[in-house]
Write a protein that binds this ligand. Structure first.
Ligand code: PEP
Length: 248
């Protein structure tokens, strides 16, 4: 993979405080080096979105949310955050269907959430991935296909949808798929989008235990457009190190 326009999306999950916004300074400086032709996107908790937007105002780093409500506007949904509200804060992206949220979200609801985000012109990062039990039962492809086709149902233009392939067994475990499996599964996702006449140029990322040690090997895989990074992205030094190693 070349380092041209590769995505580094930081998913901070339920971590971070107002103070931790300061840790973006070094990443902002680093993002300006010419050799790094990456797109850096931070998805902090809702409570920090505005701080992140303000902090990164004069940089090319963009900000997103980690989920949104299925209703795009306003309404009597206590605790809900709509795509309109994310946009209002300056967010440009939203992660939808992360495995840590799929217990409360079936594919139908994920499809509604994607539609709500697109109606507000947000970019969507749709997470898909098999559980360990699916992998053991050789069901990876059928799981990925179902998540893709049901999640993207009735959507014609996927130009604002990025797919993040995140095997559930790889998230936060330190275990990543073999190069061969990863290449095969990413190709399968691309083919599924093609066969179902979905937008074929969709960016496809890998997520799951990406760190400064495995990034070089992951960069060897041709058909990946970037990475969704959880734990390692909350430490500025490690996050920068990952990006550095992606270009050397
Ligand atoms: C994630 O939560 O999307 C993720 C990839 O986490 P981690 O990098 O910590 O495995």
């Amino acid at each position: 993979m070349t380092n041209n326009n590769i995505y580094f999306i930081a998913n901070w999950k339920m971590f971070g405080s107002v103070k931790s916004v300061n840790s973006l300074s070094k990443v902002i400086s680093y993002s300006k080096i010419k050799k790094l032709k990456a797109k850096i996107i931070y998805c902090p908790p809702y409570t920090l979105i505005k701080y992140f937007v303000d902090k990164t105002k004069n940089s090319n780093i963009e900000i997103g949310a980690q989920d949104c409500h299925a209703q795009p506007n306003y309404g009597p949904f206590t605790g809900g955050i709509s795509s309109k509200m994310i946009k209002d804060l300056g967010g440009k992206f939203v992660i939808i269907g992360h495995s840590e949220t799929r217990k409360e979200n079936d594919n139908k609801k994920i499809n509604l959430k994607i539609k709500s985000a697109l109606s507000e012109k947000l970019n969507v990062i749709l997470c898909i991935g098999e559980k360990l039990i699916d992998k053991k039962k050789n069901k990876t492809k059928s799981v990925l296909k179902k998540q893709l086709l049901e999640g993207l149902k009735n959507l014609k233009n996927l130009s604002k949808v990025i797919i993040a392939y995140e095997p559930v067994w790889s998230i936060g475990t330190g275990i990543i798929p073999t190069e061969n499996d990863l290449e095969k599964n990413i190709s399968f996702i691309r083919d599924t989008l093609k066969i179902s006449k979905k937008f074929t140029k969709s960016k496809i990322l890998y997520g799951g235990s990406v760190n400064a040690k495995n990034i070089k090997n992951l960069m060897r895989i041709d058909n990946i457009d970037g990475f969704l990074i959880g734990g390692a992205s909350t430490n500025e030094k490690i996050f920068i190190d990952i990006m550095k190693k992606s270009i050397n």
